[in-house]
Design a protein around this ligand. Structure first.
Ligand SMILES: O=C(O)CCC(=O)C(=O)O
Ligand SMILES: [Fe+2]
Length: 352
């Protein structure tokens, strides 16, 4: 199937391209580019990451899973109690304070379950996931985790933090919200409203490694109120930082607002697939600026615009559960439920 090219005439936000092989070689210019991307918008492209074959296998897993009968997928439903792992049906989450619903379905598989397989840590999964746990999901999660850890180590160093402070907050031994997600959204329906596919949000955790083919992802660049597309480029993953990194760094690292809308123009006639691996902190990690460990973090955290990174000592687990639970449409009581699912989004008054 050939998909139409991403259109040239829609507002698009360019991102820096970071070459992962050069990062591995400790190339100073490349590290500087990563730092620029991480501290300007918190999004960058990553090329030469070596994950494309694993990514294709993961998309196959996603297709097999979404093709299961809805009743079977619903046996593995996630969300209402604030646990992310499992299946999310179309329309299960709010995308705004009015209670408009999302138009994507996805499957989330916990890293803890992948690493412990066949032992269950959090929950069981549909047979299409179980069948590919060792051959497909484990290699993808291992590789993605390795890439994200490498990038986080570099950011830690540039922040002036003691070596290992980020990695000890993301060990494989402690249970965490780290997971992989495969997302499907259907072609645009003629006459149907162009609702958001996924709500405007900042990512909940530390670093996301994203793969998509069709457009639809949009960012609201810092200091603006306008949405711009991020153009998918073949062979280029999209990396973005989440709330935990913005908080721990006192706002030096950016967790930028983004959303998914139906793909632009003719691309909207096709089913959209995307795949993410999310690195998230261990459950017990306290989300507060690491001011006592880095002068750069301390200085940033003192700035008035960075007060939203003071959480009052929330753990990663609290933060994550609160955001998952309050985006569920079944848990909605009113606009306050929407506000309660928010993170560090720049266009919000703080809610905590
Ligand atoms: O599908 C995409 O391109 C982005 C997905 C995303 O932002 C998410 O799952 O957090
Ligand atoms: Fe996201």
């Amino acid at each position: 199937m050939t998909i139409p090219p991403f259109p040239e005439d829609v507002p698009t936000h360019p991102l820096l391209v970071v070459d992962y092989q050069k990062i591995l070689e400790d190339d100073e210019a490349e590290i500087e580019k990563l730092w620029q991307g991480a501290t300007s918008i918190g999004f960058w492209y990553l090329k030469n990451h070596g994950a494309d074959a694993d990514v294709q296998q993961m998309f196959n897993m996603g297709e097999e899973t979404m093709a299961l009968p809805l009743s079977e997928k619903m046996e593995f439903e996630q969300g209402d109690a604030g646990v992310s792992f499992g299946y999310k049906a179309f329309g299960a989450n709010a995308v705004d304070e009015h209670g408009t619903v999302d138009t994507a379905e996805y499957i989330n598989v916990a890293q803890d379950d992948v690493f412990a397989w066949p032992k269950i840590v959090h929950r069981a999964y549909p047979r299409t996931v179980a069948d590919r746990m060792e051959g497909t999901i484990l290699p993808f999660v291992r590789r993605s985790r390795e890439i994200n850890s490498t990038l986080l180590r570099i950011l830690e160093r540039r922040l002036g933090l003691p070596e290992g402070e980020f990695l000890k907050r993301h060990t494989a031994e402690e249970h965490s919200g780290s997971e992989t997600r495969c997302i499907k959204s259907p072609p645009r329906k003629p006459g149907a409203p162009d609702n958001n596919v996924l709500a405007p949000h900042t990512d909940f955790g530390s670093l996301s490694f994203l793969h998509n083919r069709l457009g639809g992802l949009q960012v609201m660049p810092p200091g603006t109120e306008t949405w711009q597309y991020v153009k998918p480029i073949p062979g280029h993953a999209i990396c973005n930082l989440g709330d935990a990194m913005a908080i721990l760094s006192g706002g030096v690292l950016k967790s930028n607002l983004h959303r998914v809308v139906p793909p632009p123009r003719e691309q909207g006639n096709f089913t959209r697939w995307s795949l993410v691996y999310f690195t998230r902190p261990g459950d017990s990690v306290i989300l507060e600026p690491l001011s006592s460990m880095s002068e750069m973090v301390a200085e940033a955290a003192r700035k008035p615009e960075n007060v939203r990174f003071q959480t009052g000592g929330a753990t990663a687990r609290d933060w994550f559960e609160r955001r998952i639970k309050n985006q569920r449409i079944k848990n909605r009581k009113g606009p306050e439920t929407w506000r309660a699912c928010r993170g560090t989004e720049h266009n919000l008054a703080p809610t905590h």
